[in-house]
Design a binder for this molecule. Structure first.
Ligand SMILES: O=P(O)(O)OC[C@@H](O)[C@@H](O)c1c[nH]c2ccccc12
Length: 259
């Protein structure tokens, strides 16, 4: 059974914050993730910095640059996870671009994920048609490959979700990550179409920042993902952990109020 699926048992709605690993330092990321976990985050999405992050908006791109300035490497990201695991079992997933596990070696990358308790991978530039390359390794090492569904996925839904063992990531709008005030998609219709072809939990992200938005979206979906709003707090605060912890508490309460 997928560790990620367990999070959604008995209709639990998940709040999933995102931070960039190494932004602005490895030690800061460890304390950020521990603060998110202590505040009730159900899963933490950890971004692996990459040189060509085509789906990242300006806030997440800037975080990647700060992480590179702080000397982050892929092994450094695994070291951060090892450090988190000294005190926390919070479910973790990586947001990584495809070249990173490819270059590192699929076997070695997914084996380290399994060993350290990274339960899932979101790979925004991995087309479903190419997923077959990494799937034997993610399956062998019990790491869930998390498909991204966008308002443009249309008639491909069934194909896109066929390997979804963890949750499914619904992108609320076309374009890159970042805060938005309205959501382009017809969410109820997309969710209804997805429910017909999968029993995997459906989480929605891109643009969410207020508790009100989170509550509204959590009424339809099984979880809500927030990146840029949190990463902006990391950029703006010398000691970000308590700030993002406080925000996460509010967001967790908002999401749970939709249960
Ligand atoms: O930043 P936002 O709009 O709150 O969206 C979440 C997002 O940051 C995170 O999940 C993410 C970071 N980089 C991505 C690339 C593709 C899809 C998703 C992501």
């Amino acid at each position: 059974m997928s560790k990620l699926r367990d999070v959604f048992k008995n209709g639990h709605k998940a709040f999933i914050p995102f931070v960039t690993a190494g932004d602005p330092s490895a030690d800061s990321t460890v304390s950020q993730v521990l603060a998110l976990a202590a505040a009730g985050a159900d899963i933490v999405e950890l971004g692996v910095p990459f040189s060509d992050p085509i789906a990242d908006g300006p806030v997440i791109q800037a975080a990647g640059l700060r992480a590179f300035a702080g000397g982050i490497t892929v092994n450094g990201v695994f070291d951060i996870v090892a450090k988190i695991r000294e005190t926390s079992q919070v479910p973790l997933v990586f947001l990584t671009y495809a070249n990173i596990p490819f270059k590192y070696g699929y076997e070695k990358f997914t084996a380290r994920c399994e060993e350290l308790g990274v339960y899932g991978l979101v790979i925004p530039d991995l087309p479903a048609e190419e997923a077959g390359e990494i799937l034997p390794y993610t399956e062998k090492h019990h790491v869930d490959l998390i498909p991204l569904i966008s308002p443009a996925s249309g008639s491909r839904l069934e194909k896109l979700v066929q390997h979804a063992t963890g949750f499914i990531y619904i992108v609320s709008a076309l374009g890159v990550t970042g805060q938005r005030n309205d959501f382009a998609l017809n969410l109820p219709d997309l969710i209804a179409s997805l429910r017909k072809v999968t029993d995997a939990p459906l989480c929605i992200g891109f643009g969410v920042h207020t508790p009100e938005q989170a509550k509204t979206l959590a009424k339809e979906a099984d979880g809500v993902i927030v990146g840029s709003a949190i990463v902006q707090m990391v950029a703006d605060n010398a000691d970000p952990a308590p700030v993002i912890g406080k925000y996460t508490k509010e967001m967790v309460a908002a999401v749970e109020s939709a249960e």
